[in-house]
Design a protein around this ligand. Structure first.
Ligand code: DGJ
Length: 552
C-alpha cells in the first residue's frame, strides 16, 4: 500500500500524498457535480456499511429534536442548537395527525417549511414517521384513527384487557398508515429533488408495553396457524404452529413478526414513491439478561428478535438501537448486538447528558453510520433522568466538543470506516486504560486522566495533582488504518500509546499533526520529543494525527 506520508511543508501537500489526495478531491468534485442529486442509499461491502449521500459515504453527526418540535413555530428553537452542536443532520418527527388531520386531506405545509429551513441551515434531515406506533401507542395518529377502536382495533392481552397499542393484524390500520406514509414520500419526491432528506424512520419504537402479543380472536386464529414459510426458512426451523416452532418464545416472536411485516409494508409503500434508506428504532431490552417481554416493548426489534425482524422486513435497511442505558458495558454490548454484517449500525437516539457523550467513540469505532443525542434543542423540554436535567449551552457543548473534532473530516471518516479498519473507545465506567488490537502487528492503549507529561503511576510523579474535571467520564479516542503501519488518530482527553503486538522493538517513526480542509489533509507540524515520549496526549483541542509505526 502506498505511504500516506511524505515530506511536506506547512500547509502544502507533496507527492505521493498530494497526488493521492488530489484524486480524492477530484472524485469529490465529480460527486458534487454530476452526482449531486443521486438519491441517498445504504451500501454494504465485506460486512461494512455506508450511507451514501451525494454519491459518497456520509457520517451523520446528528441530533434528534424533541417530540413536539415538529411545528414551524418551534423550528427557530431547533436550528441554533443544531449549529452550536456542529451537527450535520437533524432527526425530526413528521406526525400522521399533522399531515392527515382529516381522512384523505393532506397538509404538507410543515414539511415544506422544514425542508426550506434545513437547506438554509445546510443541514440534512432524517424524518421520523410517527404513525401507528410512537413508543408503542398511536398517540400521533389522527383522531379519526386513534379514537376508532372498531375500525382500528387495539391489542388485547391474554386476560382480555385493552392496551393503547394498535394491533398489527388489521388491514384497515395497515392500509390507512400506508396511504398516509406513501403520500408523504410522494410529496418529498417533488418537494425535495436535492435530497435534503437522507433517511426515513417509519414508525417509532414499535411494540407493545404490558402485553406480549395481541390475543384478539383475529390474532389468536393466526397464532394457532402455521408459521409463515419465509420465517421458518430464515430461522432454520421445521414447519409447524408458532408454539411448536418457537416454544416459550412463540408469543413474542409472533408479535415481532406481525409488527415487522406491517412496518415492512408501510416502508415498501413509501419506497415505491421515493426509495430513500429506511430504518427502524428499538426500545431496548436488557442486553445481557433475560427480561420478561411484558416489561419492555414486546414485538419491537429488540436484540433477541433481530433475526425475526430481518426476515419480516426486507424493505427496512437497518435496525437501530435507542440507547438510554448509562453503563458502558451495556452500551458496548448493545453496539455488538446491532452492528452485524447484515445490519448497519446507527444510533438514532442516545441520552443527552455528559455521561453519554463519550460513547460517540465506541459508536464510531463500531463502524456506525452516525450518532445522535436525543432532545438537544431549545423547545423547552428535557428528558431527565434519561438525559440532561437542563438543555442549555453547556449541555450542547458536552457533545459539540466531539462533533467539532469530526465535522471537518466526517466524509473522510465515513470513507475509512466503510473501506477499512477503524477502532474507537470511550472512557469506560471503571476509568481504566484499554488496549485495542490493531490487526496482527500493532496495539494501541487508550488511557485517561494523564497529564501530557509523565505517567500518573510513575513513582517520580510524587504528589502531582489529579487531572481536574473528571467527575464524569468524558474521554475517548478514534483510530483508522491508513495503510499497514499508518494510522489516523484523534480523540478527546485521552492518551494513545502504540505498542507492538509481537513484542518487537518499535517506534513512532513520524507523527504528523494536521487538519482536514475541503476533504484534503493539511500538514501543520510534526510531534516529537515531549509530545510523543509519553504517548500521544489528546487534549480538549481538536487534534488529528497521522502516525507511522516502524521497527528498528
Ligand atoms: C424514545 C423515543 O423514541 C423518543 O421519541 C422519546 O420519547 C424518547 N424516548 C424520550 O426519552
Amino acid at each position: 500500500m502506498p505511504s500516506q506520508f511524505s515530506p511536506s511543508a506547512r500547509g502544502k501537500l507533496a507527492s505521493p500524498l498530494a497526488s493521492a489526495l488530489a484524486v480524492v478531491a477530484a472524485a469529490s468534485l465529480f460527486v458534487g457535480g454530476a452526482h449531486a442529486t443521486d438519491a441517498p442509499r445504504l451500501v454494504e461491502k465485506d460486512g461494512r456499511h455506508a450511507l451514501m449521500v451525494d454519491g459518497a459515504p456520509f457520517l451523520m453527526l446528528g441530533v434528534q429534536a424533541n417530540n413536539a418540535a415538529n411545528y414551524p413555530s418551534q423550528l427557530p428553537k431547533v436550528w441554533p442548537a443544531v449549529k452550536a452542536l456542529h451537527a450535520n443532520t437533524l432527526e425530526i418527527p413528521v406526525a400522521w395527525e399533522q399531515i392527515e388531520p382529516v381522512e384523505g386531506q393532506f397538509d404538507f405545509s410543515y414539511v415544506d417549511v422544514l425542508l426550506k429551513q434545513a437547506r438554509e441551515n445546510d443541514v440534512r434531515l432524517v424524518l421520523l414517521w410517527f404513525g401507528t406506533w410512537k413508543n408503542n401507542g398511536p398517540n400521533y395518529a389522527p383522531e379519526w384513527v386513534k379514537l376508532d377502536n372498531k375500525r382500528f382495533p387495539r391489542v388485547i392481552t391474554a386476560k382480555g384487557e385493552t392496551r393503547n397499542s394498535l394491533s398489527p393484524h388489521f388491514p384497515a390500520t395497515l392500509e390507512a398508515d400506508k396511504k398516509a406514509f406513501a403520500a408523504l414520500m410522494r410529496h418529498l419526491k417533488t418537494a425535495d429533488p436535492d435530497h435534503t432528506v437522507i433517511m426515513i424512520q417509519p414508525e417509532n419504537e414499535t411494540g407493545t408495553y404490558n402485553a406480549v402479543r395481541d390475543h384478539s380472536p383475529t390474532a389468536q386464529k393466526l397464532f394457532e396457524g402455521p408459521v409463515p414459510a419465509q420465517l421458518v426458512k430464515a430461522m432454520g426451523k421445521k414447519p409447524g404452529t408458532w408454539s411448536q416452532v418457537f416454544g416459550k418464545d412463540a408469543d413474542e416472536f409472533f408479535h415481532a413478526w406481525s409488527i415487522g411485516r406491517f412496518v415492512d409494508e408501510v416502508a415498501a409503500a413509501g419506497k415505491r414513491e421515493l426509495a430513500l434508506p429506511m430504518y427502524v428504532n428499538a426500545a431496548l431490552r436488557d442486553p445481557f439478561n433475560y427480561q420478561d417481554p411484558y416489561t419492555y416493548s414486546s414485538g419491537g426489534p429488540t436484540w433477541n428478535v433481530l433475526d425475526v425482524w430481518k426476515a419480516a422486513a426486507p424493505s427496512i435497511d437497518a435496525i437501530a438501537p435507542d440507547i438510554y442505558m448509562r453503563e458502558s458495558a451495556n452500551v458496548r454490548k448493545t453496539l455488538e448486538q446491532y452492528a452485524r454484517p447484515d445490519n448497519a449500525l446507527f444510533v438514532p437516539e442516545i441520552g443527552d447528558d455528559k455521561g453519554f457523550a463519550r460513547f460517540f467513540y465506541d459508536v464510531l469505532g463500531a463502524h456506525a453510520l452516525g450518532f445522535s443525542p436525543f432532545g438537544l434543542d431549545y423547545t423547552g423540554y428535557s428528558n431527565y433522568p434519561l438525559g440532561a436535567k437542563t438543555v442549555d449551552a453547556q449541555a450542547l457543548e458536552n457533545f459539540a466538543v466531539h462533533y467539532r473534532l469530526l465535522a471537518p473530516m466526517a466524509r473522510e471518516w465515513a470513507r475509512l470506516s466503510y473501506t477499512g479498519d477503524v477502532w474507537g473507545v470511550g472512557e469506560a465506567d471503571d476509568r481504566k486504560a484499554e488496549t485495542l488490537k490493531l490487526g496482527d502487528r500493532w496495539t494501541a492503549t487508550v488511557s485517561y486522566g494523564e497529564w501530557q507529561f509523565g505517567s500518573i503511576d510513575a513513582p517520580w510523579m510524587g504528589k502531582a495533582d489529579k487531572q481536574p474535571n473528571r467527575e464524569v467520564p468524558d474521554g475517548g479516542a478514534l483510530i483508522a488504518r491508513l495503510s499497514a503501519n499508518e494510522f489516523l488518530v484523534t480523540g478527546y482527553r485521552a492518551r494513545v500509546s502504540f505498542g507492538s503486538a509481537k513484542g518487537e522493538r518499535f517506534m513512532m517513526a513520524r507523527v504528523e499533526e494536521g487538519h482536514f480542509e475541503n476533504g484534503q489533509w493539511v500538514f501543520d507540524r510534526l510531534w516529537n520529543g515531549d509530545q510523543t515520549d509519553y504517548g500521544l496526549n489528546l487534549t480538549t483541542l481538536p487534534q488529528v494525527l497521522k502516525v507511522k509505526l516502524a521497527t528498528y
